[in-house]
Design a binder for this molecule. Structure first.
Ligand code: PFF
Length: 454
């Protein structure tokens, strides 16, 4: 094959910002702060960190091993490492779940563009809470405008991915990912200096173990998978572009630290402001598109803070969406021997249509329901609750049981050049073989209601 001609990250920093950009996304900004607050604050953070370090970091190692060893797209990787095995399903599932998530992610990406535009006009800030809610629901249920915004967002994603790894993804994430941190720190400083901010900090960090529910454990694990972009071939694909000499354990750890740090910073930027203005914290679209504009409306220079916030949201979303499109593009290029441009065109045309369906399901098609959910919610539910954990399960089983132990060690030590403590390697293997499969199965079966442990 033409592996020596394969594109790849040009530098360590380039790889790290791309990985961190993929991980940091809507999940950090609109879900994490709320989950933390509602599950006992500091108590939840401890559980989350424990899962991330003990379970998800090894899962990330596993995805790195598959990607970097094979230097292939997610399906090609399994074909190379274990030809004709049932684990080919990892590749198929990854492509399917990526297309599913990208469909609604791109629609939400379009909403962030709309709110950047809205932040320029002062109209948004003249509205009271009820009107802001109506503005948002009128916008997302309209037939044309959100669909156009979705196409704009997807178009921008496609343009970046069409540039390739070094001259596209790396070139843009090199300034976009650091920009995320700069803006979130500006917002954070504004938020914690508001009178009454302490209560928001208390909501986030006070370890209230009595608020810890059994379901908190499931929430923490599910959030960890989504936030770290695990279980859908994202890390496998990006790792395949990482230089053979790099230390993949360090890279995994840096990605995890960056993502978790950003989630906590986002919490500190959002919750103190929410409490300072006496509104109740919510999660998801209503937090960022209704509750926060309500706060910006009352803040001196609110329009500027609104603009900064929606830029952060947009940047976080696009650095994640390019990683998703890349999973599919790498697959089409390499498995069907098509040019990158053609692969970008076909995959984005596909997502344009599926995304359009998601967008319309908030309005014109809202009566079309399956399992009592519109298309948007159905895609969201199926990907998060079924496909992602299943993908994660297959990955850990694959690396734990199918790959040769010495090959896993070889990859984790970059061909023996970066030594690894034997006991740590042994523990990682035990986690991948036994603990992770068990934990993920429980979360998944419980999540879809097949078993009721909690
Ligand atoms: N990690 C992203 C977030 O927190 O929003 C979502 C995501 C991106 C999931 C890329 C999966 C992926 F491949």
């Amino acid at each position: 094959m033409t592996n020596n001609k394969r594109d790849g990250f040009g530098s360590r920093f380039g790889a790290l910002v791309a990985l961190a950009g993929a991980a940091i996304g809507l999940g950090n900004l609109w879900r994490f702060p709320y989950l933390v607050g509602n599950n006992g604050g500091g108590a939840f953070i401890i559980i989350y960190l424990a899962f991330v370090i003990l379970l998800l970091l090894p899962v990330m190692y596993a995805e790195f091993v598959i990607g970097r060893r094979s230097q292939s797209n997610v399906l090609g990787a399994i074909k190379k490492l274990a030809p004709k095995s049932v684990f080919i399903s990892i590749g198929i599932l990854s492509i399917a779940v990526t297309l599913t998530i990208l469909s609604f992610y791109s629609v939400v990406g379009g909403w962030t563009i709309e709110y950047i535009v809205q932040s320029f006009s002062s109209d948004l800030f003249k509205q009271d809470n009820g009107a802001l809610g109506a503005t948002f629901s009128n916008f997302i249920s309209a037939p044309v405008r959100p669909a156009v915004m979705h196409l704009v967002f997807l178009g921008l994603t496609a343009l970046i991915v069409a540039g390739g790894i070094k001259d596209g993804i790396e070139k843009y994430t090199k300034f976009l990912t650091p920009m995320l941190f700069v803006i979130i720190v500006i917002l954070l400083v504004r938020s914690i200096t508001l009178p009454g901010a302490e209560e928001g900090l208390r909501f986030l960090f006070y370890p209230d173990f009595s608020k810890l529910k059994a379901s908190s454990f499931l929430d923490a694990l599910g959030q960890g998978f989504f936030s770290l972009s695990l279980g859908m071939g994202c890390i496998i694909t990006y790792a395949s572009y990482v230089n053979k000499r790099e230390n993949i354990r360090k890279m995994s750890l840096t990605t995890v630290v960056a993502d978790t740090l950003f989630a906590v910073l986002a919490g500190i930027a959002i919750m103190p402001a929410v409490f300072a203005f006496g509104v109740s914290p919510t999660s998801g679209p209503s937090l960022v598109f209704i509750t926060l504009p309500q706060i910006f409306a009352q803040l001196p220079f609110g329009q500027m803070f609104s603009l900064l916030f929606f830029i952060v949201l947009f940047v976080a979303a696009i650095t994640s969406s390019i990683s998703m499109l890349e999973i599919v593009v790498a697959y089409i290029c390499e498995e069907f021997k098509l040019s990158r441009k053609a692969a970008v065109l076909y995959s984005s045309l596909f997502v344009a249509i599926t995304g359009l369906l998601c967008s319309l399901s908030e309005g014109a098609f809202s009566n079309f329901r399956l399992f009592d959910k519109n298309i948007f919610d159905l895609f969201d539910y199926a990907s998060n609750n079924i496909m992602l954990p299943l993908g994660g399960l297959l990955v850990v089983l694959f690396v734990g049981w199918k790959l040769k132990r010495k090959d896993v060690l070889d990859e984790m030590t970059s061909g023996g050049t970066i030594p690894m403590n034997r006991a740590i390697f042994g523990s990682v293997m035990i986690i991948l073989k036994f603990i992770a499969p068990l934990a993920i199965s429980i979360v998944m079966l419980n999540g879809i209601g097949l078993i009721k442990i909690f």
